[in-house]
Design a binder for this molecule. Structure first.
Ligand SMILES: Nc1nc2c(ncn2[C@@H]2O[C@H](COP(=O)(O)OP(=O)(O)OP(=O)(O)O)[C@@H](O)[C@H]2O)c(=O)[nH]1
Ligand SMILES: [Mg+2]
Length: 471
């Protein structure tokens, strides 16, 4: 299936947005991809809250209707004082807006295409609209669509209220260089509580295009001190990453490795036989998959495959899972995708692997955050998405961390690094919980852990140690 992207030009989008306050348009349905039928429309657009339909014709008109109510095929006439029909064209500087006649229903909520009385879209399951005389809207056909009722495209967008900024952030962050340094020092000084271990291994799991590879590149860049693009990142219909990769991250160009290994995977897709499969994820959890293993979507790894590691140590296992989710797609997580996440979570829980969620692309999701990343914990929209994500995945809100990856910048940014380092710090804390569970299971390791703790304590109080601090 082709990528679903908006057909709105920048000028059309600007004019359409001028009808609303501080909102974001989220494309839910595009007839040329999903089908010019009422059934295809309702499958994607029912129960989505405030939406706007956008019809395109060859005469150059863009026209449709806004409603703040749900489509639900209830067979009822729906009253909505906020509803309106509109038309936009290049010739008209100001878009045309037609209000609903007071007391009249805005639309008939049936199983046809959207039915605004005066205008019925997807008429007869065709790329067509129908213009009717109506008591609800007084529509001038010439102004609305120039009598051209053949639709070259038809889309529906959810109109998401971005809200304003919260007076107080929902998490307190110090956006200072001291904070960045302190986080970096904490990460560099990290040592697992098990003597034989010198790093934590964290797995990135998420849908195609969620930003997993970019996250590694961003963290790598932050430690390296310049932009890097070691992992291939970009947009494609299926996962761009097709191999299992384990990455060590160095401080500077020739410095030592940080005590964390990031593992990048192929993206998840909602269909059972597409994208990374759950059996492979379990093999990764258990340490059986070697670096550079080429995933196959048709079958999971076999024990006699060259990429299969038979004898695993604690070092090879995954100690923390970070689910990477695109903030813009939180409300679009389909039941099938949520089922996949639930199945993966169940396996991780059975193996005692702690998990957290990284919400990427916060800049793309909220213009206030794009303007200033320091708004990330003050944006009503980001907070709402974090809550929604924690509910849909069934994890506490404290497990959800917003991050922004480097993607178009040429220079590092302190605030971007702070969010990335906070995510890393949390991964290490969670990996510690994994190690604690291992130790609790193994009494011999418990003794080693005690020894390690006392040595570690001596190291931490030694003033000489601080002389070697790397920041
Ligand atoms: N604006 C913005 N774009 C991002 C961010 N993170 C990733 N992207 C973009 O999203 C696209 C996909 O990113 P990738 O890192 O390739 O995603 P992935 O999860 O590795 O995808 P697959 O390997 O295909 O499964 C790229 O074009 C990135 O530049 C972010 O935080 N903000
Ligand atoms: Mg990738």
């Amino acid at each position: 299936m082709s990528a679903v992207t908006s057909s709105l030009s920048t000028d059309q989008q600007k004019k359409l947005l001028s009808f609303f306050g501080h909102v974001r348009l989220h494309l839910l349905y595009k007839a040329s991809i999903h089908g010019f039928t009422a059934a295809a429309f309702h499958a994607r657009c029912d129960k989505q809250g405030p939406t706007v339909t956008v019809a395109y014709n060859a005469a150059g008109f863009l026209f449709g209707g806004y409603t703040s109510k749900d489509y639900a095929q209830s067979k009822q006439a729906v009253h909505d004082a906020a509803a309106f029909l509109y038309s936009i064209s290049a010739e008209r500087e100001k878009p045309l807006r037609v209000e609903c006649v007071q007391g009249q229903p805005a639309f008939i909520d049936e199983s046809t295409g959207p039915h605004f009385g005066a205008l019925v879209f997807l008429h007869g399951d065709q790329p067509a609209a129908q213009n009717n005389p109506s008591t609800s809207f007084n529509v001038e056909a010439a102004e609305m669509h120039g009598y051209d009722l053949v639709l070259t495209e038809f889309e529906l967008y959810r109109v998401e209220d971005l809200g304003d900024l919260l007076p107080k952030p929902w998490r307190n962050i110090q956006w200072t260089s001291e904070k960045r340094k302190q986080l970096m020092t904490t990460i560099l000084r990290y040592k697992p509580d098990i003597k034989t271990m010198n790093h934590a291994r964290v797995l990135l799991v998420g849908a195609v295009g969620a930003g997993k590879s970019s996250l590694f590149n961003s963290i790598n860049s932050a430690f390296r001190g310049n932009m890097t693009c070691q992992a291939m990142a970009g947009t494609a219909e299926t996962s761009l990453t097709s191999q299992f990769r384990t990455y060590t991250i160095k401080v500077g160009k020739s410095g030592g490795a940080i005590p964390l290994v990031l593992c990048d995977t192929m993206g998840l897709e909602e269909n059972a036989d597409a994208g990374l499969n759950i059996d492979d994820i379990v093999s990764i959890f258990k340490g059986h998959i070697k670096d550079r293993y080429q995933f196959s979507t048709s079958s999971p790894i076999l024990e006699d495959a060259p990429g299969y590691r038979k004898h695993v140590t604690l070092n090879d296992k995954i100690h923390c899972v970070a689910y990477v989710v695109d903030t813009c797609k939180v409300s679009l997580l389909s039941p099938k995708m949520l089922d996949k996440f639930a199945a993966i979570r169940k396996k991780a829980n059975q193996l005692g692997i702690p998990q957290l969620i990284l919400m990427t692309k916060v800049d793309e999701a909220c213009p206030l955050v794009a303007e200033d990343l320091k708004n990330v914990y003050r944006s009503v929209y980001i907070q709402q998405k974090a809550r929604q994500l924690s509910e849909s995945l069934g994890v506490p809100l404290s497990f959800v961390l917003p991050v922004k990856n480097y993607c178009e910048e040429l220079e590092l940014d302190q605030n971007t690094n702070i969010l990335l380092f906070m995510a890393l710090e949390q991964m290490l804390n969670y990996a510690d919980n994994f190690f604690e569970n291992q130790v609790a299971d193994d009494p011999e390791d418990k003794i080693q852990q005690e020894q390690h703790r006392s040595n570690d304590h001596l190291r931490r109080v030694s003033p000489k140690h601080d002389e070697h601090e790397v920041v």
